[in-house]
Every structure is written in structure tokens, then in C-alpha cells.
Design a binder for this molecule. Structure first.
Ligand SMILES: [Zn+2]
Length: 434
């Protein structure tokens, strides 16, 4: 079982009278939860002594949330984010574990960079950090990274995220190796020829605004490729940040045939469409791009019927000077860790797409199982990672208060219905509201 890197020591805490939701076991009841010496206890007896007590009346007590798509930017991007600031943002958003993407500088394509990232996390992280390694050397898509050495160095997944391996034969070989180690391969699905030069969704708005289009077919083509390669190799593939209706349909069909494919959705693709780009605001520029209402409807349907089993942020910090340029020149991506839980509640629960247990499943046990982590559950003996959520704590997004070093969000000023009140890692309260 892979171990996370974090600077948190095990502790104890008693959480009283909350609505305990553990999707892994189907538990959903009012009760008390004890974390003892960093581990979920089978006992719910109120302990004596000076143990910290959290009054969770009216609050939800969930397994610690896991975000399996986060860019921490360290090493090499400390003007955007560091492991310390990114994990502080994660804690503030209710996340107890994150999976760091390997597109750092240098890229995490060998055991030395993985060791460096794990060391920095062990010294500075506020939550558990798991690391992924590159599929190809330098994410150039030309030569396989040393997958066996990456596995030995502790990666829990492989990805060239931000890039996409275009050579199908190389991807096939990568998957053969990944299968040997039962490593999940995550793919940023983008055909470079079909999306060449594209900076926003190809459609009505790209025509009106005169910006080059990044069409859905560029995503769909690689999703289809991955389904075929998973069938051929037997390797598990996870398609990242789905944005297109046809991609959802392809994944649904493949799953019904038993193909080992999984998928994730991001809050921005659920909340916004390409019409938001009307003012050429670079905060609405991401990859894959914001698409149309019909794509959003397909994403909601895919979340409701289980086709899409993962919710994540694609937290992608960029300094303001990088985003304050012409739309075509701005980098892709937005920060997401501090707003995603509230956005998911607003868009999925308050709008009736999912209930709390089915939404929390996509943020806890589902990512844990895909990545092979011993987390994402409140079962006795599991690591004492817990998120306490107030579903009635309405708040207004103000990026100037973010813990993240970066503030590139399109959600400034949005009213969100709820948020995490306590983030607990191994029994230690690493963040609390107020
Ligand atoms: Zn990506």
C-alpha cells in the first residue's frame, strides 16, 4: 500500500453528533466518531482527558476528501504555488489527500524528482501528498519514462497531464508496463492535430470572438483510442477532465462492455459554458475548454448514472502577470481546491443531480480504489482522515482570501451554499473555519 508524504503527526480527536456518511460501507447516520492516534477507532465512547472535541451537530462527517488532479508546481513553479501553499489550499477546501501531477520543472519523469517531491512534501505539506510520474521522458511523447523505477520511487499513477501521448504504439507499450505494476494511467485526452492552435471550444462563440477553436473531436478521438488500448492491453486507463458529450457516451458504452476505463469531471465544466468568454477574460481559459450546454447536460447525466466516478479540481495555479495578457497568449487553467466542494454541492446536490453519499463517494472511496490507497473510508482501522462539512454555511468566493499563492479563478463573487469546517489528517485538525 503506497504511503503518502506529509508533515502531519498522528493525533486523536472526537467528533460528536454529526451525520456520518461513509459511502464505502453505505453508512449514513447521526453519531460520534473517534480518531485515536491517527486511526479511525471502532469505539465511539466519549474518551476522557483533554482530547479535542468537535461539535458536529448539523454537520456532515465524511471520509477525508481526495482530489486526484492537482498541480502543486513544485519544483520549478514557486511563483505560482508550492507544496506548502497548495496543500494549505487543499486543507482549506476540505481535502486531506491530493495527487500531484508530474508536469513540474523539471518534470517528474524519473526517481530523483519523485524523491525530491516526496521529501519536500514530508517537510512542508499540510495534507497527504501522493505523487504521479510521467508516461514519457520530459512529457515529450517520444520515449518511455522508466516506469519500473517510478513505481519503486512511490508513484501511484502515471500521466503526461498537460500533454497527451500522440504516438499510439508508444502509449500501447506504456500501458503494457503500467499493467505489470497495476498502475493507473491517467490521460489528458487531446489530439494535437485536431486541436492545433485552439484556445477555446470550436463553436458559435469561437466564430463570434475570432479565436481559434479546440473542437470536441480532439478529445473524443483520444478517449476512443484509450478505450481500444485498454481493451487490447488489459491496463486501467482513467480519462481526465471530460468536457465533451460524445466522450461521456464513449466511456459509458465501454464500461457496459467491461473495459477498465474510468473518468472524471471538473467543477468549471459543470458550471460554465464557452459563452463566458464573451469578454475575452483569461480566467475562463482552460484545457480542455469550456463547452456548450449540451456537453454540460451529458456530464451531469454521466455523473448521475455512474459513468463518471470521480470529481476533482484540476487545480492549476498561474501568477496574475501570466494571465493578464491577450486571451490567445494566456496559459490554460484555474485554481480550484478552495471552491470545488461548494461548487459541487451547488451544482450536484442543491440542483438534485446527486445526494450527499453518492457525491462524496466520487471524492473519497472511488479515487482511493482507483489509486490503490488505504483511504477514503471511515471504517475502523483506516487512517484518521476526516472532513467535516457544513452544508448550510453560505459564503461568497473572494480569491484575495485564498490560501493558494494564485488567484486565477472565474468564480470570484459566486455565492456557494456550503463548505468544509474542519479538515483532519491522521487525527490532526490541519484546518478549521474561523
Ligand atoms: Zn490536463
Amino acid at each position: 500500500m503506497p504511503h503518502p508524504s506529509s508533515a502531519i503527526s498522528p493525533a486523536s480527536v472526537f467528533i460528536r453528533g454529526g451525520r456520518i456518511i461513509d459511502p464505502a460501507s453505505g453508512r449514513d447516520e447521526i453519531g460520534d466518531l473517534l480518531v485515536e492516534n491517527g486511526v479511525i477507532s471502532a469505539s465511539t465512547a466519549a474518551p476522557g482527558g483533554d482530547l479535542p472535541v468537535i461539535d458536529a451537530k448539523g454537520l456532515i462527517v465524511s471520509p477525508g476528501l481526495i482530489d486526484m488532479h492537482v498541480h502543486l508546481r513544485e519544483p520549478g513553479g514557486s511563483q505560482k504555488e508550492t507544496i506548502a501553499t497548495g496543500t494549505r489550499a487543499a486543507a482549506a477546501g476540505g481535502f486531506t489527500s491530493v495527487l500531484a501531477m508530474p508536469n513540474t520543472t523539471p518534470p517528474a519523469d524519473g526517481p530523483n524528482t519523485i524523491a525530491l517531491m516526496r521529501q519536500r512534501a514530508a517537510e512542508t505539506a499540510h495534507v497527504n501528498v501522493f505523487v504521479s510520474g510521467c508516461i514519457t521522458v520530459g512529457m515529450k511523447g517520444e520515449q518511455l519514462a522508466p516506469i519500473g523505477s517510478l513505481y519503486k520511487a512511490g508513484v501511484v499513477a502515471l500521466t503526461d497531464d498537460g500533454h497527451c501521448v500522440q504516438n499510439n504504439e508508444l502509449m500501447r507499450r506504456a500501458l503494457d508496463y503500467a499493467r505489470m505494476f497495476d498502475l493507473l494511467t491517467l490521460d489528458h485526452c487531446q489530439d494535437y492535430n485536431l486541436s492545433a492552435g485552439g484556445v477555446m471550444h470550436e463553436g458559435y462563440w469561437s466564430t463570434v470572438l475570432g479565436l481559434p477553436g479546440w473542437p470536441r473531436i480532439a478529445e473524443d478521438m483520444i478517449v476512443a483510442r484509450n478505450i481500444l488500448l485498454s481493451q487490447l492491453t488489459g491496463a486501467r486507463i482513467h480519462v481526465q477532465h471530460l468536457s465533451s458529450a460524445d466522450s461521456v457516451r464513449l466511456v459509458r458504452d465501454a464500461k457496459s462492455r467491461g473495459v477498465k476505463i474510468s473518468a472524471e469531471a471538473m467543477p468549471h465544466h459543470l458550471a460554465l459554458t464557452d459563452a463566458s468568454i464573451e469578454g475575452y477574460d483569461t480566467r475562463f481559459k482552460m484545457n480542455p475548454p469550456l463547452r456548450e450546454k449540451s456537453d454540460q447536460d451529458a456530464l451531469f447525466a454521466g455523473l448521475a448514472d455512474g459513468t463518471i466516478e470521480i470529481l476533482a479540481s484540476d487545480h492549476a495555479p498561474h501568477a496574475s502577470y501570466e494571465k493578464e495578457v491577450e486571451f490567445a497568449d494566456a496559459p490554460f487553467g484555474i485554481v480550484g481546491l478552495e471552491t470545488e466542494l461548494g461548487l459541487f454541492q451547488k451544482l450536484l446536490i442543491n440542483d438534485g443531480v446527486l445526494d450527499w453519499p453518492s457525491m462524496l463517494r466520487k471524492l473519497t472511496i472511488n479515487p482511493a480504489r482507483l489509486l490503490g490507497l488505504d483511504r477514503g473510508t471511515l471504517a475502523p482501522g483506516a487512517p484518521g482522515d476526516v472532513t467535516v462539512i457544513d452544508p448550510d454555511h453560505a459564503w461568497k468566493v473572494d480569491s484575495s482570501h485564498f490560501e493558494s499563492l494564485s488567484h486565477n479563478t472565474p468564480f470570484d463573487g459566486w455565492e456557494l451554499p456550503g463548505r468544509a469546517t474542519h479538515t483532519i489528517v491522521s487525527g490532526t485538525v490541519v484546518w478549521s473555519l474561523n
